[in-house]
Design a protein. Structure first.
Length: 160
């Protein structure tokens, strides 16, 4: 660990399914960067289409799980005007929009894919480094246990 890199936080077991999803999302974002850098040659139209399919099958269901199970108890503790909550909401909106644009935009695909990959990486880093720490600090042990149970039974697990 360098001085500028904080030590990883011990993740509450309730949040581990979401963290596993995040690992897969970071791998997807890395794959896009490698393709755009020419390290792994890939047709950009197929990369955009597969990224859109990934968003539909994995990213959006993950967002729904977070919005349904993670955010309501957090809001109960911090209120709906909390700056980190606002960041969370705006990042979800941005990623939904960018995911739609992957198929429906006339903008250059390289730029769209780069923007999507960067936004996904930034969002995951924000959740892992900031939001989850705050959720763990705000929720009681019983609330975290309820959250964990909901995340494990409240819908299909995804491999974001």
């Amino acid at each position: 660990m360098t001085e500028s890199t904080p030590a990883p936080a011990k993740r509450n077991p309730a949040l581990i399914p979401l963290s596993h999803d995040h690992h897969n999302g970071l791998a997807r974002a890395r794959d896009i960067v490698l393709a755009l850098d020419g390290v792994v040659p890939q047709d950009l139209h197929e990369l955009a289409a597969s990224s859109h399919r990934f968003a539909e099958a994995e990213l959006l269901p993950h967002f729904e799980r977070e919005e349904r199970f993670l955010i309501p108890p957090f809001i109960a503790h911090v209120g709906d005007s909390d700056p980190d909550l606002q960041t969370f909401v705006s990042q979800h909106q941005q990623l939904r929009q960018l995911s739609t644009e992957l198929l429906n935009s006339t903008a250059p695909l390289e730029q769209l894919l780069s923007n999507w990959s960067k936004a996904l990486t930034a969002h995951i880093r924000f959740e892992e480094r900031t939001l989850f720490k705050r959720v763990q600090a705000a929720l009681t042990a019983d609330e975290m246990a309820t959250l964990g149970a909901a995340l494990n039974t409240g819908g299909p697990a995804c491999s974001l």
